[in-house]
Design a binder for this molecule. Structure first.
Ligand code: ZN
Length: 221
């Protein structure tokens, strides 16, 4: 009996050892699995990082593209494409540097509030706030939408027609817009951006149009 008891003790001890061993192993495994997540996590981080750089180069590229678009990206079309997209008058003025006849253009006498965009590429170029009546027969602005140094507008010396003038073009698409003259002391800048109506498109200011509509529609009540 003592032998049996001792063997039982041994068995119990063995069982304990086995259980302890199993626990140790499982703990080790758990440790291992605990270790793994950090291992996995860096991998994940890495893969995320590699994803992020994978995304961010694209993003950076698109950001670059966007910034380039904002900064220097130009609308480039072939002559044929411009011919297709522009009216005859627009093509003549914008791509061939023609000038519409005075008092014939769409906007020479327009006082509607809004923003004048390039008819070639849609870039906003002038606002109605800077439009003034110069009596010259063409829409006249004393400054571009962002002031005299507006990068949307490019200036070029123009020596055609036995005159020395400063031509203005849309930076984005290169469209000829008109000329600048410093003959308007009645304006805040003294300058006159003499622009062909054919080169611009007025986008009317909705804020001003709506109150006018609601004011004009008393039956709306
Ligand atoms: Zn343009």
């Amino acid at each position: 009996m003592p032998w049996l008891r001792s063997s039982a003790v041994v068995a119990a001890g063995l069982a304990t050892f086995v259980v302890a061993g199993a626990w140790y192993v499982s703990a080790k495994l758990r440790d291992g699995s605990d270790d793994r997540p950090p291992l996995v996590a860096p991998q994940k981080e890495q893969s995320m990082k590699s994803d992020t750089p994978g995304q961010s180069p694209e993003k950076q590229n698109s950001d670059k593209q966007n910034s380039e678009k904002q900064a220097s990206d130009k609308v480039v079309k072939t002559d044929e494409e411009w011919r297709k997209t522009l009216t005859e008058m627009q093509y003549y003025v914008m791509r061939q540097k023609g000038t519409e006849r005075a008092f014939t253009g769409e906007y020479w006498d327009t006082k509607t509030p809004g923003t004048y965009h390039c008819a070639g590429c849609g870039e906003p170029l002038f606002t109605s706030e800077a439009k003034f009546d110069s009596h010259c027969g063409w829409p006249s602005f004393y400054q571009p939408i962002d002031g005299l140094k507006d990068k949307r507008i490019e200036e070029h010396a123009d020596r055609s027609h036995f005159m020395v003038r400063t031509e203005v073009t849309c930076r984005k698409c290169g469209a000829h817009l008109g000329h600048i003259f410093d003959d308007s002391p009645q304006t805040p800048t003294g300058m006159r951006y003499c622009i062909n109506s054919a080169s611009i498109k007025l986008v009317e200011k909705p804020g001003d149009a709506k109150p006018a509509e609601s004011a004009a529609g008393p039956e709306k009540k």
